[in-house]
Design a binder for this molecule. Structure first.
Ligand code: MF3
Ligand code: CO
Length: 286
């Protein structure tokens, strides 16, 4: 049963014959579901543009994977990201985004996301760190993040990193054409809870491609059959943030960016940018 009244986002111009896609989307809209607007469905040219942006983005993360080590500062990671991106004719999307001062986010241990790279912050053996990289190439945005384990970590932290990765994979498998955002969140939440972990609720995945953050919000928890309908041509991220303890978080008052777990227990996150196809999602940030 759907109680919420959603805007009727899908329009068909008068006199235009209905395509199969129009018919499907209109039938969901008429049943009261939230459906995308036409601008959220990318053209094949736009998808190719986002794919090329994703190739640079993946190159950055592969470089970080090769270079990251104990004793390195997060500012050094930021410099790798900036130099690689710019030398490939692209722009790091985080730089100056709503005042963000650096080219990527580096989030260690209890930092959930949006950690700001810093000269004084040195990676130590046993740390787990998320490096979140987003690229603008020829106006097209891509967005992905990975976890890195510095040397060897505790079994508990290693399990958190592994389960967070499984949550992304399970979310991806749940993402079928004409499914709902809530189907993805529900699958992720179940896997996290089964492993004794919690899912961050205050931050979510998002549409991406022509802008950094577009509709829809992709929550990593929720009920099946709720949230926006996902149809072929939509491009969005899935980026579950999984906590060892409570799902609750706070934002650092000094820098107004860094998101930290309320109980200061560790958090892990993995992210890809996906395009929905007729068969399921394809990763654009491999
Ligand atoms: N890359 C983040 C995301 O996954 C957004 C970071 S915004 C920034 O959506 F300004 F902190 F970079
Ligand atoms: Co994102």
């Amino acid at each position: 049963m759907i109680f919420k009244k959603y805007p009727k986002n899908w329009h068909v111009e008068k006199g235009h014959p209905l395509t199969e896609m129009d018919k499907k989307i209109l039938s969901f809209q008429n049943k009261g579901h939230l459906v995308p607007s036409r601008k959220l469905i990318k053209t094949p040219e736009q998808i190719e543009g986002i794919r090329k942006s994703g190739v640079v983005n993946t190159g950055v993360l592969d470089l970080v994977a090769r270079e990251i080590h104990a004793g390195m500062s997060t500012a050094e990671i930021d410099k790798l990201v900036y130099d690689y991106t710019v030398s490939h004719g692209a722009i790091p999307a985080p730089l100056n985004y709503e005042g963000f001062p650096k080219s990527c986010c580096t989030s260690i241990n209890e930092v959930v996301c949006h950690g700001i790279p810093n000269e004084e912050e040195i990676l130590e053996e046993g740390d787990i760190i998320n490096v979140d990289v987003s690229t603008i190439l020829d106006g097209y945005f891509s967005d992905a993040s990975r976890m890195f384990v510095i040397g060897k970590t505790s079994p508990e932290k290693q399990k958190l990193v592994d389960v967070a990765k499984e949550c992304l994979e399970i979310g991806m498998q749940a993402a079928k054409p004409y499914c709902f955002v809530g189907d993805i969140g529900n699958a992720i939440q179940k896997h996290a809870h089964k492993n004794g972990f919690s899912v961050v609720r205050d931050l979510c995945g998002h549409g991406v491609g022509l802008e950094f953050h577009e509709e829809p919000d992709v929550e990593h928890y929720g009920k099946k059959g709720t949230g926006m309908l996902l149809v072929p041509g939509m491009v969005f991220t899935i980026e579950p943030m999984i906590n060892m303890g409570t799902w609750q978080v706070f934002i650092d008052e000094e820098d107004e960016w860094t998101v930290v777990t309320e109980d200061e227990l560790p958090s892990a996150q993995w992210e890809h940018t996906f395009v929905m196809t007729e068969h399921g999602v394809e990763i654009l940030t491999y």
